[in-house]
Structure formats: structure tokens, C-alpha cells
Design a binder for this molecule. Structure first.
Ligand SMILES: NC(=O)C1=CN([C@@H]2O[C@H](COP(=O)(O)OP(=O)(O)OC[C@H]3O[C@@H](n4cnc5c(N)ncnc54)[C@H](O)[C@@H]3O)[C@@H](O)[C@H]2O)C=CC1
Ligand SMILES: O=c1[nH]c(=O)c2[nH+]cn([C@@H]3O[C@H](COP(=O)(O)O)[C@@H](O)[C@H]3O)c2[nH]1
Ligand SMILES: [K+]
Length: 502
């Protein structure tokens, strides 16, 4: 039978994104292709930068309501990465980095410490933990002697005594270089209920791991390989600005072993950033540098020429961003990612699609349109690993989330960048708000990424590389969704419903 030539159906990306419109993720939809492999076999491993490989294409944003040590540990433990924020002093940022780098298990245990001669006056002495650790001098850099369980203390008839009179003895620990499996092996081998992990270099108690913690973590879905560097430490990035003072911050971060630095700016194509990239590449040639943010090919080209190892893409697309309204500058995120990735791929520079991710479909779109990773703020800000405590609003548990260009964040620390040498008036480019509790990233990210794998399968893409090949060869077809098509693509026509993603 003679071969039939198919008629054109849908648009190749090159045609769709060159029509004078700025499209965002929701505007476009991919047409399905051909499936010849199971969803589970989709390989999402990728590169953050030229030299940093990840098994999961996710990055947490350098924002002070998203990324501190807990997030960095959790993300690295599932094969992703975090960028520590810089809305703090260089020494505080270094402390966050050291805290993350000192751990091998995917959580930070928060416990109080007392000395044997102390007393426990009230339940609040336990803080948020159910255990108080007892060390020789009552701080973490001293020999561990015992522990007190809140339940044991509550059952005491006479509470007017010293800790040493009723503590349980603890004369063992494990090195903080132990991973979860090694700790499990130790606890189950000895039949212990808990164990402190202690730094080999200075004897500091890092965490106190209980059987319950271990069971909770083991109940989460299994992911790929964790993001671990050559020294066995979690891979962690950090952001800096482009001021002269950021050179000192950079020195701290390099000392702390940061694996990558991200130059944090809404408009990366500036003389300040180009100078900073060249400075870093001269002074620390081994350190990977991510430039940005950019949304055009021209911006990207300048940063690539200056020597960046990765590009961060997005201007005004973030959930808390008001840049497009305030400054009239930016680009629809789907167009921005496609355009920048098109030019960056020619130089082998990976692209981070930053902002505007609110569901797994957005992640599929970002990655298939050329990004190597997605950076998220609001998607992660409601997690237990995000900084801050949960509050109650209208009966819902929520956490604070704010833009780094919001008045509140600027007042906290980033003033220098806004009230620079000449500027007198502070203009916000972001808002402060709250997001709903989502539980642990260790649980919801694995589910999200399983959904992403299903999207890749529908497109016939078994890996990021194969998705990018389909994109560039024009095999991948997409279309713009009309307003009605977008409504149709969502849930519609129901009187009420509940949306449970997993
Ligand atoms: N992705 C996005 O769409 C946006 C992100 N943001 C976030 O808000 C925060 C602040 O962003 P930006 O305001 O763009 O920060 P920025 O530090 O790049 O710029 C702030 C101001 O400082 C100036 N500046 C920077 N380096 C300088 C130097 N060496 N000498 C003199 N002036 C210098 C800049 O030109 C600008 O006027 C960041 O965390 C950023 O990620 C803010 C707006 C939009
Ligand atoms: O216009 C802005 N004003 C701000 O105050 C601001 N703070 C963060 N960002 C950017 O938004 C990204 C996170 O976006 P999502 O919450 O949508 O993930 C982040 O990763 C940033 O790129 C800002 N943009
Ligand atoms: K926005």
C-alpha cells in the first residue's frame, strides 16, 4: 500500500511562538503523540547547570518564605535542589548552608537541650518536641548524657527536682554522616527508640532521630537518587545579589561549600550582573553560576557570553509578582521558556523555568518547551519544610508566602537593593499573602512528578532529552487554547466537587 502523507495538524513550537503573542502555560496545550513505553520508565533526570546533575528537575526558589535548611535537605534527599535565600546577613546565610550540609537525613529535628543540674519548669520547656536532650553543659557541643520524654516528665509526681534525677541514660550516638538506612540499621539492631547524630568534626549534636521519625519518612513514596556531592553532602545552592557587598557574601558561601550560586535579579541583563559573572568566573572558576532572570534571547546571549553555567527564566510570571503591572515589562512564561531555551541549548546551558508553576501540567509544559528544571515558590511554600509556622485563617491551616520585592520582604532585609545609593522611594514589585498547608514535600513532590511522567508518556517522550528532540524536530505539536477551550479543559458543569490530586 502506498504511504499516506499526513496533513498538517497542530503547530510546531517554532511556528506557534513566532506570531507576536506572549503565551503562558495555560494558553497552550500539547497534542498527544505515540506511546511505546510505560509511564514509570520515563527518566526525569536532568541538569541544573553545566556541572550539576539532578535526578528530579525541581528547584526551590531563593525566597525567605520558601527556602532555608529544612527545604534544602528535603529537596536534596529526593534528588532535587534548593537555592537558599539571601534576605539575611552573610553569616546567617552561611549558617543555613552549614546546617543543610551537615545532614544526611531528610529532616531537621527540633529539640531543646538541658544540663543534668537544670530543672524542667513547664511543658513549654520542651518547645515543639516531645524530647529534651541532656548534655554535660546543656548545649549541643557537649557530651550527651541522657534524655527526658515529655510523657515521663508529665507522669512525675514531684516535678521539683533536677533533670539528672529522672532522665533516661543515653550513652550512644551515631556519626552525622550516617544516612537514614544506616540509622535504621543501628536502631533496629540495638532495639533503641532514638539516637542522637553527632558531627565527627566538632562533636556537636546535629539531630535526634526517633523510630517514629524513621517510620514517617519511610512511609513517603520512594524517589530517585538523592542529590549528593563528592563529599557525601547534600547538594545545596545559594543566591546572592550583584552589589559590591555580595562579593563578601559569596566568600562565605564558597567557604560553606555552596555547590552553585544564583544571581538573584528580576532583570539579569545588566552591567552589574555581567561584571559579577566575570568576577566569579575569574575568582572561583570551579563554582557554577546561574544568571538571570531573563526572558529574551538577547538577554540570554549576553549572559551566556559572560560565562553563566545556567539561566533562570521568568519575569513577572510568579504568583506573587506584580512586575508586569508595575513596570510594564516581562513575558508570558511559555514563550519566555521556549525562546530562551532555544538559544541556550545551542551553548549547552541548561534553563531553569522560574515562576508560574501551580500544577503538574505546568511542569510538563515548562520542561517540554525546553527547560531543564522548574523553580517553584508558591508550589512549595505551604509545605512543612518551608520556613515559618502554620496559622489558622477561616478554619484553614495556612503559611505565609511573600514576594522578595514585597514591601514586607524589602523592609526585612533587601532594602539595600531598593534604597540603593540614589533611589529614595520604595516601590513594591510583589505582594504578601498566605498559601494552604500541603504537608511534606517528601510526599507531594513524588506524586506530582509521577503525574509529570504520565504527561511525558502521552507525548511519547521517555526523557527530557527526548522531549527536547521532539520539540526541536517539530514532531511535537501544540496549539493555543481559546478561552472556552481553557474552561473545557478544567472541571466544569458540576454543582460541587472536591479536587484530590492524589
Ligand atoms: N522574576 C521576577 O519576575 C521578579 C523577581 N523579583 C525578585 O525580587 C528580588 C529583587 O529583585 P530586583 O529588584 O530585580 O533586584 P536587583 O538587586 O537586581 O535590583 C535592585 C536594584 O538595584 C540595582 N543594582 C543591582 N546591582 C547594582 C550595583 N552593583 N550597583 C548599583 N545598582 C545596582 C538594580 O539596577 C535595581 O535598580 C529578587 O529576589 C528577585 O528574584 C522581583 C521582581 C520580579
Ligand atoms: O515580581 C516579582 N516580585 C517579587 O516580589 C518576587 N519575589 C519572587 N519573585 C519571583 O517569583 C518566583 C516564584 O513564583 P511562583 O510563586 O509562581 O512559583 C520566584 O522564583 C521569583 O523569580 C518575584 N517576582
Ligand atoms: K504575576
Amino acid at each position: 500500500m502506498a504511504e499516506v502523507t499526513l496533513m498538517e495538524d497542530g503547530f510546531p513550537a517554532e511556528k506557534l511562538f513566532n506570531q507576536g503573542y506572549s503565551y503562558t502555560y495555560d494558553d497552550v496545550i500539547f497534542l498527544p503523540h505515540y506511546i511505546d513505553f510505560p509511564a514509570d520508565s520515563v527518566n526525569l533526570s536532568t541538569k541544573l547547570t553545566r556541572n550539576i546533575s539532578l535526578s528530579l528537575p525541581c528547584v526551590s526558589s531563593p525566597m525567605d518564605t520558601v527556602t532555608e535548611s529544612s527545604m534544602a535537605i528535603a529537596m536534596a534527599s529526593i534528588g532535587a535542589i534548593s537555592i537558599l535565600h539571601s534576605n539575611n546577613s552573610p553569616s546567617d546565610q552561611l549558617a543555613l548552608l552549614r546546617s543543610a550540609k551537615s545532614r544526611r537525613i531528610p529532616f531537621i529535628s527540633d529539640f531543646e537541650v538541658k544540663s543534668p543540674s537544670d530543672s524542667i519548669d513547664s511543658e513549654s520547656d520542651f518547645g515543639s518536641s516531645r524530647i529534651i536532650l541532656v548534655t554535660e553543659s546543656g548545649n549541643r557541643r557537649s557530651r550527651v548524657l541522657g534524655y527526658v520524654l515529655k510523657s515521663d516528665w508529665a507522669n512525675l509526681k514531684n516535678k521539683d527536682c533536677r533533670v539528672c534525677d529522672f532522665m533516661s541514660k543515653l550513652d550512644f550516638s551515631v556519626p552525622s554522616s550516617h544516612n537514614l538506612d544506616q540509622i535504621v540499621g543501628f536502631l533496629s539492631g540495638k532495639g533503641y527508640e532514638l539516637v542522637p547524630t553527632v558531627s565527627e568534626s566538632d562533636g556537636e549534636v546535629i539531630d535526634l532521630v526517633t523510630i517514629e521519625d524513621v517510620e514517617r519518612i519511610r512511609g513517603f513514596p520512594k524517589m530517585g537518587l538523592p542529590s549528593v556531592g563528592p563529599k557525601g553532602e547534600f547538594i545545596v545552592g545559594a543566591s546572592i545579589g550583584t552589589r559590591e557587598s555580595d562579593k563578601e557574601r559569596l566568600e562565605y558561601l564558597v567557604k560553606g561549600g555552596a555547590d552553585v550560586v544564583v544571581l538573584d535579579s528580576s532583570q539579569g541583563n545588566s552591567i552589574y550582573q555581567l561584571d559579577m559573572i566575570k568576577y566569579i568566573k575569574r575568582r572561583y572558576p570551579e563554582l557554577d553560576v546561574v544568571g538571570g532572570n531573563v526572558v529574551t534571547m538577547n538577554q540570554a546571549q549576553n549572559l551566556i557570553r559572560a560565562g553563566v553555567d545556567g539561566l533562570r527564566v521568568g519575569m513577572g510570571s510568579g504568583s506573587i509578582c506584580t512586575t508586569q503591572e508595575v513596570c510594564a515589562v516581562g513575558r508570558g512564561q511559555a514563550t519566555a521558556v521556549y525562546k530562551v531555551a532555544s538559544i541556550a541549548s545551542e551553548s549547552g546551558v541548561p534553563v531553569i523555568a522560574d515562576g508560574g508553576i501551580s500544577n503538574s501540567g505546568h511542569i510538563v509544559k515548562a520542561l517540554v518547551l525546553g527547560a531543564s528544571t522548574v523553580m517553584m515558590g508558591s508550589f512549595l511554600a505551604g509545605s512543612t519544610e518551608a520556613p515559618g509556622v502554620y496559622e489558622y485563617r477561616d478554619g484553614r491551616q495556612v503559611k505565609k508566602y511573600r514576594g522578595m520585592g514585597s514591601l514586607e520582604a524589602m523592609t526585612k532585609g533587601s532594602d539595600a537593593r531598593y534604597l540603593g545609593d540614589t533611589a529614595k522611594l520604595k516601590i513594591a514589585q510583589g505582594v504578601e499573602g498566605v498559601v494552604a498547608d500541603k504537608g511534606s514535600v517528601l510526599k507531594f513532590l513524588p506524586y506530582t512528578m509521577q503525574a509529570v511522567k504520565q504527561g511525558f508518556q502521552d507525548l511519547g517522550a521517555s526523557s527530557l532529552q527526548s522531549a527536547h528532540d521532539l520539540l526541536r524536530s517539530g514532531t511535537l505539536r501544540l496549539e493555543v487554547r481559546s478561552g472556552a477551550a481553557q474552561v473545557e479543559g478544567g472541571v466544569h458543569g458540576l454543582l460541587s466537587y472536591e479536587k484530590k490530586p492524589f
